[in-house]
Design a protein around this ligand. Structure first.
Ligand code: PHE
Length: 453
């Protein structure tokens, strides 16, 4: 890496800056939009249970492995493998991760675009007055099936992301997350309390928190693990890239723990808002899919005095949360082209941004905008392929690489810098080398059966 590139790469200003950026990457639509959607579709409380297990056992393990690999090598997702095992096929993991993050970026931006659209709607007063389930349903369908709007919203999100990335990691990402993430947490807690006090909230809570084990099956497990990887932003090299910007003095274990915990907390709270509201104000099914959150949130705002203002604030913060995630999704590829191809940050950001925009168009048109893409459920297919399958594959290879190929000793040594005690070392090693790979392999073996059945 030459001197110019060193300065192009950037570095976090402090530990707290990294924490905010990584939490910002993890917290996003995955927590507020995707988590309730998959919980609603795949079994309710039992899904939540499997999800928690997935985060605690496998998610945390992989996140720590990625951060360690990134900080040790000081490289992007591809370069990290190349540095440790030069001229071997191992770097393919990095490339696959890069491709995965890029493809996720394309459809994720569509949903973020919906958040932008809903922000504009609340500002213009669309949801003022009483909002019924039918009305909410109609507003959503009209909005997402308007192809011009969907594409414009996509363009806005990709544009903002590209702009921020082109200005660099430190100025770009740090500034956003510091203030706005805590604000999001406060608002979500407030809304959760409100949802719990709706009359009729009980049934929703029991759907969400009282497991019905007869609903447990392979599909639930597949989607719960996929959701864990997606929500934690792991399995594709994001945490390798972010780890590479981290100073040696940072405690990687507590960082990974904090990110996993706060991410899961926000997802959990999002469910506390959605399900009681859904059951208290009936008309929308838990299985509603991608529209679930967009249909339900306006309902709860209409129950609160001055709800429209909460709506404005909520959709703004949702958009910000989404953008701190889209930044990380695109940063994987940008960072690669800067390090390996000597591109300037600006060139990498704008070129990749343009490609991603075009790649996102079929997804933008697949919620009613164009019959062909809607019929084949383009976005849904992309989501299953990349978020469920490819992330699991990525996570598996990261476990194998760090646990067996790189050599656990060096990894542990890297973790020790910043955390000399590292109490959970035996547990982490066991999970990394044996438990997590086996669990993921089992899921992957059954994937075809699960998806077709
Ligand atoms: N974790 C982010 C979220 O939950 C989405 C994301 C996935 C970001 C993968 C980066 C990588 O919204």
């Amino acid at each position: 890496m030459n001197g110019q590139n060193l300065s192009q790469r950037g570095r976090w200003g402090s530990k707290i800056a990294f924490i905010f950026a990584a939490t910002g990457s993890a917290i996003g639509l995955g927590n507020i939009w995707r988590f309730p959607m998959v919980v609603g579709k795949y079994g309710g409380a039992v899904f939540v249970l499997v999800y928690i297990i997935a985060v605690a056992l496998v998610g945390f393990t992989v996140m720590l492995a990625e951060l360690t690999l990134g900080r040790y090598t000081q490289q992007n997702a591809v370069g990290a493998f190349e540095k440790i095992k030069p001229k071997t096929p191992w770097k393919i993991i990095g490339f696959v991760g890069m491709l995965t993050s890029f493809c996720i970026f394309s459809y994720y931006s569509v949903i973020a675009g919906w958040a932008a659209g809903y922000f504009a709607k609340t500002v213009s007063g669309t949801f003022k007055g009483t909002v019924t389930s039918q009305l909410s349903e109609k507003i959503f369908t009209d909005f997402t099936s308007d192809s011009v709007q969907a594409i414009v919203c996509l363009f806005i999100v990709v544009g903002i992301t590209t702009f921020i990335i082109s200005r660099g990691v430190k100025d770009g990402i740090e500034r956003w997350t510091k203030v706005l993430m805590p604000l999001l947490l406060i608002l979500i807690i407030f809304l959760a309390v409100k949802a719990l006090t709706l009359s009729g909230a009980r049934e929703g809570i029991s759907f969400y928190l009282k497991p019905d084990f007869s609903k447990l099956n392979g599909t639930v497990i597949l989607y719960a693990f996929g959701q864990a990887f997606f929500s934690l932003s792991i399995g594709m090299g994001i945490m390798i890239t972010y780890g590479s910007y981290m100073p040696k003095s940072v405690n990687l274990v507590s960082s990974a723990g904090w990110v996993s915990f706060s991410d899961s907390l926000i997802a959990f709270l999002a469910g506390i808002i959605i399900f009681p509201t859904l059951f208290a104000l009936p008309g929308i099914e838990p299985t509603a899919g991608p529209g679930l959150v967009f249909k339900v949130f306006p309902l709860i705002f209409s129950q609160i005095p001055g709800g429209n203002y909460f709506g404005i604030l909520f959709f703004m913060l949702l958009l910000v949360a989404a953008i701190t995630s889209t930044i990380s999704l695109l940063e994987v590829s940008v960072s690669y082209f800067i390090d390996a191809r000597n591109w300037s940050r600006k060139k990498a950001a704008y070129l990749l941004g343009i490609i991603a925009f075009f790649l996102g168009i079929p997804s933008a048109l697949s919620a009613g905008g164009m019959k062909f893409f809607t019929d084949i459920d383009f976005m849904g297919k992309f989501d299953v392929i990349f978020a469920n399958i490819m992330l699991a594959v990525g996570a598996l290879f990261i476990c194998i690489f760090v646990g067996w190929v790189w050599g656990i000793k060096t990894a542990v040594k890297e973790i020790h810098s910043g955390n000399p005690r590292f109490n959970i070392r035996p547990l982490w090693i066991f999970s990394l080398k044996i438990l997590s790979p086996i669990v993921i392999i089992i899921i992957l073996i059954f994937i075809k059966k699960i998806i077709s059945g």
